[in-house]
Design a protein around this ligand. Structure first.
Ligand code: TTP
Length: 696
């Protein structure tokens, strides 16, 4: 067994804060008479009392669980109060939860770098605040220690029978002979206790926290003692914690990778990984994943807390389980309109409040085909440049859907319109706006900015070009009414000129965006398409943009298996593909060459230019690019080709809001945590700590 290297020796102080039964607390704040009473929040679909999505701790004492429906919960706890999630546009409306989450973030961000990790969880890098506290008002110098801090759980701290737990904690916090890292953690304990108190006072929510030297350990710790408590992981306790931690409980190991570790290496607890050398793990899972596994076995994680208070993307989705599946284009159009309207409102709010714009629109769908032989096939996610305005977003989303549907159906000749049996069904739809960036300071007029943007991103150039390249089939008459004018052809040189003539602000933005695209390259849809498939394909008539009523629900409600926004309990892991013998670790410079050929000043243009290359070039560049990242396989390349955009642009909290079926898919392709040694960024904003702290 290899000797474990020292863990987390960088001396950072990282906290993970997780709100307790968050939706329930939000509802109880709206209706204070529910405080202290067994309460649960139920889904929009009220079949059998609705699926429970959040259960208050009073109700948990009766055995109420999130996996239950309302009727079942009433069976075990007749006095339970079931509050339905707010509803708008025929679907769950999570705005009040989002806003409550933002309130909490604004409080927690006072003490250090803060990363909003999901609708109700936050990471904090408190290293600076802890260092300053240690230098100026260390715990051992304090006469009185906050009671909340004294209630902390310190892993590895033994409480002898009859000993006063708070006294033990106090002694641990105030040890003068502790090493520097533990002293910093002690300061972290006081800081987090104080922040939790502020959240309770100002927002009326309780939360739980984990405090350690890295994000991974802090997240594990925050879940260990709930509600309204905090848990500390000193370095000396890391090994003990991981020894007994089931492998599937570890973030990113809940899925296929965790299963593979169990079945192929007999690893059941994280600590079991210690018996494998880094080289061995790399042989099994590739260089990056192997090293990552080697590190987590030792509690090592270099993942940095990103300073991010606002979401990285916005999303809106809904599932249509069982008999609710959408089977006609008009019904898809109807729901896409609803989803896009919500998305557009949120984009507008972000623009108004934060001067931020999103650049990419992505459509995900979950579908099935009546043909069972191809039931494993996934509906390809599609994206295009995002144009502001509800109608434009609706149009573009529908166009993306149609492009996805064509690819999904492939050579199958199926009817796709009207009320006839279509041969396909859509069980989940979502739209995501990503690549969000600030409007460059100095942009005099937002309207002017958008006019410029609109020229660049007009569907007549981008969406149409994309569709044209994707499809060699001709459209029916109906389609001539759509926004797709397939007669128009790409004129690259002119487009280049147009782009280069834009304002310098815009140029710098585009440049920034194109830099992003270098990190995870743009994958041209062209490369993933087989034209032959499309030439055989039955044209899909476009039915215009009229709104259509929701498809009729049948009496078969009992078949309903999932609901909109029902999350997986225990987040689906973003597993790595298990590929033992891949070429992925062999770097190659050709990706850079590829991108050098693409004008770096405009990511939008990149897409067009990339599409103008012949497929062979693009395909080989894609393959090479996956090698550069060092974590891909040919399967990965294929999948990422389907995505057409940078999945890392998606905020995990947005994924949480997607229908569960889609979540799984998205999570499965998120990449593992970055593992490079990240320099600790120093944060600001600790001045007010001491003024408050002195009052304690
Ligand atoms: P969680 O943090 O997973 O759970 P919680 O806050 O309700 O309870 P705990 O105290 O155990 O942390 O989820 C945060 C919110 O996200 C939750 O209140 C409701 C919503 N959610 C769903 O809608 N569906 C789900 O499956 C899960 C897991 C959460």
């Amino acid at each position: 067994m290899p000797v474990a290297k020292p863990v987390s020796s960088d001396g950072r102080v990282i906290a993970h804060i997780d709100m307790d039964c968050f939706y329930v607390q939000v509802e109880q704040r709206k209706q204070p008479e529910l405080r202290g009473l067994p309460t649960a929040v139920v889904q929009y679909n009220s079949w059998k009392g609705g699926a429970l999505i959040a259960v208050g701790y009073e109700a948990r004492k009766f055995g109420v669980k999130r996996s239950m429906r309302g009727d079942e919960a009433k069976g075990v706890c007749p006095q339970i109060h079931l509050v339905q999630v707010p509803v708008a546009r025929g679907k769950a409306d999570l705005n009040s939860y989002r806003e409550a989450g933002s309130e909490v973030v604004s409080i927690l961000a006072r003490m250090g770098r803060c990363e909003r990790a999901s609708i109700d969880e936050v990471y904090l890098d408190l290293t600076d605040a802890a260092e300053t506290m240690l230098a100026e008002t260390s715990p051992e110098s304090l006469e009185v220690i906050d009671d909340e801090a004294l209630k902390s759980h310190i892993l590895g701290l033994k409480h002898e029978d009859g000993s006063d737990m708070k006294e033990n904690v106090k002694a641990w916090l105030c040890r003068s002979d502790a090493d520097h890292r533990d002293k910093l953690l002690a300061c972290g304990v006081l800081i987090v206790a104080d922040l939790r108190r502020q959240v309770l006072q100002e927002a009326q929510f309780t939360c739980s926290a984990g405090i350690s030297h890295n994000k991974m350990l802090s997240k594990l710790a925050s879940a260990m003692n709930k509600p309204a408590q905090q848990t500390v992981v000193p370095c000396s306790s890391v090994q003990g914690l991981l020894e007994s931690l089931p492998i599937k409980k570890m973030k990113q190991l809940g899925g296929k990778l965790g299963s593979s570790l169990q079945s192929e290496l007999g690893v059941n607890f994280v600590g079991d990984l210690l018996q494998f050398s880094e080289q061995k793990l790399q042989e099994y899972y590739g260089i990056n994943t192997g090293t990552w596994l080697w590190n987590i076995a030792r509690g090592i994680s270099g993942e940095e807390v990103e300073g991010r208070l606002l979401p990285k993307s916005h999303g809106s989705g809904k599932t249509f389980p069982g008999p609710r599946a959408l089977k006609t284009l008009p019904s898809v159009q109807h729901w896409l309109n609803e989803l896009c309207e919500e998305l557009s409102e949120r984009l507008q709010t972000d623009l108004d409040q934060n001067r931020r714009i999103a650049r990419t629109l992505t459509l995900h769908a979950r579908a099935y085909m009546s043909s069972e032989s191809d039931s494993h096939k996934k509906f390809p996610s599609k994206s295009c440049p995002l144009r502001y305005g509800t109608t434009k977003i609706q149009e573009d989303a529908m166009n993306l859907f149609q492009a996805g549907l064509r690819e999904y159906l492939g050579p199958f000749k199926v009817k796709t319109q009207g009320n006839q049996k279509s041969g396909w069904g859509i069980t989940g739809l979502s739209v995501i706006a990503s690549k969000i960036s600030d409007i460059p300071s100095g942009t005099s007029s937002i309207m002017k900015y958008f006019q410029g943007q609109d020229q660049l991103c007009s569907p007549s150039k981008l969406a149409k070009d994309q569709f044209e390249l994707e499809n060699s089939c001709s459209f029916s008459e109906n389609e001539s009414n759509s926004t797709l004018n397939l007669v128009e052809h790409m004129k690259l040189p002119e487009e280049e000129a147009t782009i280069k003539n834009e304002s310098s602000d815009l140029e710098s933005m585009e440049h920034q965006a194109s830099r992003n695209s270098l990190e995870v390259p743009f994958y041209s849809s062209v490369s993933s398409l087989k034209r032959a498939d499309f030439s055989q394909e039955t044209p899909l008539p476009f039915s215009g943009r009229e709104s259509h009523p929701e498809p009729k629900l049948t009496e078969l409600q009992s078949e309903v298996s999932s609901e909109e926004f029902t999350f997986e309990s225990g987040r689906p892991a973003s597993e790595q593909r298990v590929k033992r013998n891949s070429l992925r670790d062999k770097g190659t410079p050709s990706l850079l060459k590829f991108f050098r050929r693409v004008d770096p000043s405009c990511s939008v243009q990149n897409q067009v230019v990339a599409q103008s290359f012949d497929n062979t070039n693009i395909r080989s560049s894609l393959e090479n690019s996956s090698s550069i990242r060092g974590d891909s396989s040919s399967e990965d390349v294929q999948r990422r080709e389907m995505w057409h955009y940078n999945v890392d642009e998606i905020d995990p909290s947005v994924i949480d809001e997607l229908p569960s079926e889609i979540q799984e898919e998205v999570h499965a392709w998120l990449r593992p945590q970055k593992r490079q040694a990240n320099p600790v960024r120093r944060s600001v904003g600790i001045a007010d700590y001491f003024s408050r702290n002195k009052k304690l």
